[in-house]
Design a protein around this ligand. Sequence first.
Ligand code: ACM
Ligand code: ZN
Length: 760
Amino acid sequence: MKNRTTLIIAILFLFSCSSADEHNTPMGSVENIIPQPKSVIASHQKIGFISEGTLIVSGSDLLNESWIVAESWFKNAGLKIEVADKKRPHLKFTISEDIVGEEAYNLNVDKGKIQITASTSEGLFRGWTTLRLMIPASAETGGCAKGFFLPIVSIEDSPEFEHRGLLLDCCRHFMEPEFVKKMIDNLSIHKMNVLHWHLTEDQGWRIEIDSYPRLTEVGAWRTEIDGSTHGGYYTKEEIQEIVEYAAERHVEVIPEIEVPGHSQAALASYPWLGCTGEKFQVANKWGVFKDIYCPGNDSTLRFLETVFDEVCELFPSDRIHIGGDEAPKVRWASCEKCQKRIKDQGLENENELQTWIIERVGNYLESKGKTIIGWDEILEGGLPEGATVQSWRGMAGAIEGVHLGTDVIASPTSHCYLDYPLSSTDLEEIYSFNPMPEEASHGPGRVIGGECNMWSERAPQHLVESKVFPRAIGLAEVLWTGTGVTLSNGAYDNFLSRLDSHLNRLAILGVDYGLESVPVSLSLSMEDGEKAKLYANISPSGSYIRGTASFVSLDGEKSEPQSFDSPIEITGTGEIVATINYRGRILDRTENFPVSYHAGVFKEITLDYEPSQYYTGGGNYALVDGKIGSMDFRDGVWQAKQGSDISFIVDLEGQTDIEKISLNFYLYQDAWIFGPASIKYLVSENGRDFTQAAFVENHEVLENDPKQTIINFNSGLLDGISGRYVKVEVENAGPCPDWHAASSEPTWLFVDELVIQELK
Ligand code: ACM
Ligand code: ZN
């Protein structure tokens, strides 16, 4: 059947290549479009669209709701809209079945017209988005009221993957509806088409459910450790508005309602939902919690069905994410109702009980015309029928899902976690992501796309945009343009060169984008001579990073700021403070590197242990390299050892009068990192016979302390202590104590830096 509709939206543009205004008229470009279109044939000619501000439009209704978005954009660009006059030069949208693919489009700019052709209104919208990115960025705020030039060009484009998403965790930190809408705008401009909206968690329930009002009266609010309250939720009206707003921009909103884990806020609202019936607080710590929904309890099953009834009414998406990740089974193992369910249903164990509950929810949702998505744990008791798998613990879940014949979304921690710091996942890492490695490329299932995951434990709303952008833009290009381009030689440099001008547009749009990589790194060098000196050298990660740095001593004395190409002398203990100037923007952020010049720097050190391969601290000199471990225990400066005492000896290469010895420890009991039980400082003249200079006991080592902090254990002022060798013996805290979630597991020691202060 041939059903070809031609839609003409005529826009009055007076063509002029030699207008008197030419020099003042902004010039658009096809060079910097992100994601890069599949095929671009550009000529060197340009066309002027000098309109004196009037657009003539017809048939805009055929573009569906998205015309509202395009229309308001043209108005913001300073262009008035009037009724069509087809004889004039125009912008023409054509629906044609000749274009294959829902989101595919052709865009031609030629003498007399701009033409966008697609088989759906969605395709037309993607084509319009490309046109928007070709028009000078100044149009975003009315800077093209007198028109603009465009290059003559022919573009054919379609996405490589159909699912291109961002997970937004509005539970760990609540985000205002207006903020969510702005995020949708920013997804849409990058041709991302899914907002995976994480709405229920241990730390907050964010979606209004009429049948269970306590979910938002109680479950949406938590008392923080400092006594303050954090929370919020979305009313049904707000959700409807957000879903409609997204639909106008061809972004599908997929809600995530976690089953059976990450449900403590629900249990705090209705304790009978859990196995023990115990009362809970909405969680105010991060982590994985043992108390989860009880699938043995019929009332819990009815609760879930009612919640999903109301969820389905709000979200038109035919997919609902039901979580399924990180659900400890300890409560189920000792719950009579859960054990009865296992027996009655002929299940083998608690993992199969998880599959049973997911399948039950899945069947219920199927009866309402929905399919489910679940994190890769849903594979553990056998793939629930019809479920899409979202692979996060690496790509193993993706490969297994493809082999089992189902759809897969790829979002592994290795490349897609935007809550991870730039030191572990920078833009280049994300850009290098292959969502469909060889093992996942042969059916019967298939990888339908990927997502970046913006978990918000450490990202209140005001930090979120700077974590999402520009990193998510890298994934947008991977998923739209495809790895045939993004993994080719030189692709990343090419992407960066386009990103520069693209970021100008995002700045105009008020996007508070952050850095694309750790901006500067620090190395220290010693200059030997009559009096050795220690220098800090700052290396920027790219030519767009500039700035100055100083040494600031512990008592606040600051050295003269120097540009990044000159070394900075470190004269004691303090920090190197670098102020970053990024692509012409002076950021108020600084990078701080704690450092110390002391008697032990770069002296020979001998360890009696093998540090963890993940936390070596950066090599042989880790504990005496002048760099002091920061508040980020993954900064590469900390050295760690799990489950044993540690000791080490430093050779100061000559008899030294020692005033003080100190060592920092990281404390983060939730991550099994404890302080030392005790620490002994010893000194020797010959490296064999040591005498104790100081002994510090830590009687509180096993007390529950929720802080994530650095603690210093030092010798105090040493009187008359002299020696060539310093030995340090650190006693491990022993296994995690009974109160700890990982009770009896071995604890970690994180140490750095051993500062040996010489008596002056
Ligand atoms: C996850 O990051 N727990 C899916
Ligand atoms: Zn139970």
